[in-house]
Design a protein around this ligand. Sequence first.
Ligand SMILES: *Cc1c(COP(=O)(O)O)cnc(C)c1O
Length: 403
Amino acid sequence: MTDEKAPRKALETKSLHTATRLVHGGTMRSSFGETSEALVLTQGYVYDSMEAAEARFKGEAPGFLYSRFSNPTVAMFERRMAELEGAEAARATASGMAAVTASVMGQVQAGDHVVAAKALFGSCRFVVEELMPRFGVACTLVDGTDLGQWRAAMRPETKVLFLESPTNPQLEIIDIAAVAEIAHAGGAALTVDNVFATPLLQSPLKLGADCVVYSTTKHVDGQGRCLGGVILASEDFIQQKVHNFLRQTGPALSPFNAWVMLKSLETLPLRVRAQMASAEIVADHLAGKPGVARVLYPSRKDHPQHELAMRQMSGGGTVVALELAGGKAAAFRFANALQIMKISNNLGDAKSLITHPATTTHQRLSPEARAEMGIGDGLLRLSIGLEDVRDLIDDFDRALAAL
Ligand SMILES: *Cc1c(COP(=O)(O)O)cnc(C)c1O
């Protein structure tokens, strides 16, 4: 895709604000000069000569080799995500779980030890608790909000600390800067799953984390279409821990999905801002209503870790946790009475979605493990979408009346 006749100036975006960089960052135009980023749906690339192929494989000439590890559309998405996060480097993956698995597995070998917060997305817990021990990597789970437990879990062979904040679904906040300090004091690295905060509301790398992962299936796509993930870190970290693991094992993001997400990044700030404004209104509206035991939302003053949340996040996010007093029966009656909000275990979508964690996403855990994580039978997770908030409020009032 080069054309010597028409060299095109790439926009220098470093000094620009986030919204501008999300429209222009990472763009690579082909010789056709397209306005909208091209979808380069190809597996491979052709070379002008055997010598050109040899030089490219030796790394002596720039260019793409094979779409399992390099593709122009995927590269544009990675570049734009890196600019958004303020990271030196990014690698896209086929799903959020591919990003979590590769980022953690890429850092360890048999004999190593990982410390992770208990309150993790179900599949992330499988990776650290069940998968890694099969390969000789030990794991200790801690209450992520208790810094003493993180410190006590550290061993000489601890290589990775892993957490999610706010947590799913009870929106607990973990002190990222403090955990990063504990990691570094023990010669380990901290990886943060930043899905719930989104890259707009929290920057784990600036708080001291070494690696950030996303399921871009959530707010980045934001319209419920494609699966995807991304790993962000320093150039050194990506080169040493991540790049070869992904290249050789192959959980590559499809160029089509990368293109959808690249275009979605253009509207990410608009969507997250609007969804968050509605989430704040919904949280305030539901708090104190008859039948409501409690509402958890990080930017509300009654959130148990409100101060910490506001220190490390610039907003409460797009998810609200609602605990009903009447347990499972009340939760089911409430959710079944909703007409606009849909019952689904996804989040970050333009459509508002409601989940009952105890019977869906966290069903496989024992009742004791759920209780330990604060996931009661009356807990509902509300992912607030882009509908007019007045219609959502009417929907909630209808559901409350059904209690
Ligand atoms: C959804 C999610 C994942 C997994 O992402 P997939 O794209 O579904 O593989 C990991 N962590 C968190 C916090 C999530 O919400």
